[in-house]
Ligand binder design. Sequence first.
Ligand SMILES: C[S@@+](CC[C@H](N)C(=O)[O-])C[C@H]1O[C@@H](n2cnc3c(N)ncnc32)[C@H](O)[C@@H]1O
Length: 423
Amino acid sequence: MSKTGLPPRRAAHHLLEEITGEGRLMSELIGGGALDHLAAEDRARAQRLATDALRGADRADRMLKPYLKKEPPETVQNALRLGVIELVSGEAAHGVVNAYVEIISLNKHVSSFKGLTNAVLRRISEEGEKGWNKRANPLTPGWLRQPLVAAWGRKSVEGIEAAHFAGAALDLTAKGDASVVAEAVGGVLLPNNTVRLKDAGQVSALPGFETGDWWVQDAAAAIPVQVLDPKPGMKILDLCAAPGGKTMQLAASGAAVTAVDQSHSRMARVKENLKRVGLKADCIISDAFDFTDDGFDAILLDAPCSATGTIRRHPDLPYAKDGSEFMELIEQQERLIDHALTLLKSGGKLVFCTCSLLPDEGEIQIDDALERHEGLTVDTATREKAGIDPAWFTEEGGIRLRPDYWADLGGMDGFYIAVMIKP
Ligand SMILES: C[S@@+](CC[C@H](N)C(=O)[O-])C[C@H]1O[C@@H](n2cnc3c(N)ncnc32)[C@H](O)[C@@H]1O
């Protein structure tokens, strides 16, 4: 680990710059090697700092506002956000202030802001944890907050924001008996048999990783396959399969699973995951629209979406995105539903799901699909499963999952799920 602490702070600042300035996602940046130059401990620290700064960005901005006559350039604001996060979590003030002043001095475009950075961070260190605690939870950026308030109301959105700020525990889906896995890893069993661990540490060091007894998957993400209710011998298509959390769940039931995804690199992860847990599926790299095998008993369509249900784990998303992709995604989901129906046998189940908080990518998709396809129905019986609260049932027959649900258990990702039956 670096002695000065500067390299991980510079790296965290770089991540923030790319996310807020260039619209890049953290996973894309880290996958592309943005932290590869750092030692393992510094890499973890840089990622943690950037994640905390994004999760708390709005609260940090509110804390900074009284000390700023006008908004500084984004580069400076990002350094200040990181400084706030460190100062209010008890890091030694002189180290934090010196580091962010240096980061600003080293950038010739904004080096004239080094005095301001110094002065503002010193004032923040005087306020410390107290100043942070008295401010309300961070609000979601406006482009996303508005449609969320329109869909769920202000009070619910505040609950969703509290869940986003709290972050997420590690959730595991067991290949076999979930209670055995819970005991082995020291986790708790959630109502839908997901195993939850609060302070997990390194995932690959947990008991059962090497032996493939479980895989990482949020509790909400496990529900689509639970309502699909796969049985041994069923012929099931997982149409947008990678990285394969749901493929493994389907395969673990004894069904004959075909997994399709257009991404070579993501499909390589499906294969790796299946190998680790000792399960089998027929993995096909193809655009879903070019895949024409038919006669499936059931199809799982976990369609590409805004991923706005995953902000607890990906606080970069509302800062990297701006909603401009919504229309294209919604139109693609509609076409995927129509295509999936052509591959399903008569009487077969199509489970449509998205990790989105927006009704346009959930409830409204189903309303529209029912209008487009005469005789198509929504199966409301299969949603009556252990762990699914009837309060989550929606009018058109689906299930709405939100981060503010199961609040006392630590929340869940946002998801929408519906089971449709082909006439
Ligand atoms: C939400 S993710 C699926 C997650 C996966 N079901 C799981 O549980 O691990 C959506 C996937 O759709 C894939 N995808 C997007 N458009 C596609 C298309 N036209 N054809 C096939 N796959 C597509 C993406 O590569 C991505 O892996």
